[in-house]
Design a protein around this ligand. Structure first.
Ligand SMILES: [Zn+2]
Ligand SMILES: [Zn+2]
Ligand SMILES: [Zn+2]
Length: 326
């Protein structure tokens, strides 16, 4: 199928939704929760769907129903169920009351203290799909990025639904896990949006100068980043290289042995990011080295253009002390 044909078909499919009766059918099906294991939704018979609709004319109802069968509805002997695409539409509508109104007031986070200054003046804010937690007493994860509010401790892209009926303090602890979840999907080669195959590449800032904290050219502290692109839906995601490394051996092991579980990091662990050292070895092909530091222990890895990781050096103060005693 060519991209153009694909586009036409998608356009036709969405046109099929531009009708309140059809959206009503999708909603009726969505609200029928599964009562059987191994099925998301219990099928609904034609007669029941017609009953639930606001139409009196069976022929007219059947016409609208027919427009949905295929892309959004599956028909079986027992009736109708939503397809994956149909469920996504229903989900988007259901969450719409939140996502259409992303103006969320800043709230203070009770019972948590800043990992940098120990103060308890933490505030949660939400802008353009990103949740921020900031300290009102210190500069937080200095130096601040132009994107972040002053004193930002952590920031993460997350759907607005995450804020609904959830204590800000819980989100403070757990927002990072949503990011992990998305990142892990990418790392395993799946697109988090559609499960398509991912192409990944190491990208370096050509003009990197972070001596003032943030590089003006790339807006980041680190020159290296990983670009992920889905071969199917074209979604592009960017992630830090050091974040990726922290989930992978051998860095994961080093951190874990120092009390940091990258799969379930605490907010305090984010302070580690401040002690990282990056060295660009070569721009062409892109090659970098990263040094992770916990306390007085250092761990250095080499990353090549294929994102292959190799340990360069492991320096453990604790081991050196043992050696000295010998
Ligand atoms: Zn602080
Ligand atoms: Zn840069
Ligand atoms: Zn995709």
């Amino acid at each position: 199928m060519s991209g153009e044909e694909n586009g036409h078909q998608a356009g036709d499919a969405f046109a099929a939704l531009a009708n309140e009766h059809r959206m009503g059918i999708i909603e009726t099906l969505w609200n029928r929760r599964s009562t059987e294991p191994n099925s998301q939704r219990t099928p609904i018979a034609f007669s029941e769907l017609f009953e639930a609709s606001e139409l009196d004319d069976k022929g007219q109802f059947n016409y609208h129903l027919g427009k949905l069968v295929g892309p959004f509805l599956a028909r079986s002997e027992d009736g109708y169920t939503l397809t994956y695409a149909g469920e996504n539409i229903a989900r988007a509508v259901q969450a719409g009351s939140v996502t259409d109104n992303p103006e969320v007031e800043d709230v203070s986070v009770e019972g948590r203290s800043c990992p940098f200054c120990g103060g308890d003046g933490i505030v949660m804010s939400y802008r353009d799909g990103i949740v921020f937690f900031s300290c009102t007493n210190c500069e937080g994860l200095a130096p601040e990025s132009p994107m972040s509010p002053p004193g930002a401790i952590q920031a993460g892209t997350i759907p607005a639904s995450a804020l609904v009926e959830r204590d800000p303090a819980d989100l403070y602890d757990d927002a990072i896990l949503w990011g992990n979840h998305v990142y892990m999907t990418l790392l395993h080669g799946f697109c988090p949006a559609c499960a398509g195959a991912i192409d990944e590449s190491l990208v370096l800032c050509d003009d990197h100068d972070a001596s003032g904290g943030i590089c003006e050219s790339c807006g980041d502290r680190f020159a290296s980043r990983v670009r992920y692109e889905c071969r199917v839906c074209g979604t592009v995601e960017w992630g830090s290289l050091w974040g990726r490394l922290s989930y992978m051996e051998p860095v994961f092991g080093f951190l874990y042995n120092h009390g940091v579980n990258a799969l379930r990091p605490s907010v305090d662990d984010l302070a580690l990011g401040r002690d990282l050292r990056e060295e660009v070895v070569s721009h062409d092909p892109p090659t970098v080295e990263y040094e992770f530091v916990v306390g007085t222990d250092h761990f250095r890895v080499h990353v090549d253009a294929d994102l292959a990781v190799e340990t360069v050096e492991e320096e453990m103060d604790s081991e050196r002390e043992i050696d000295a005693e010998d």
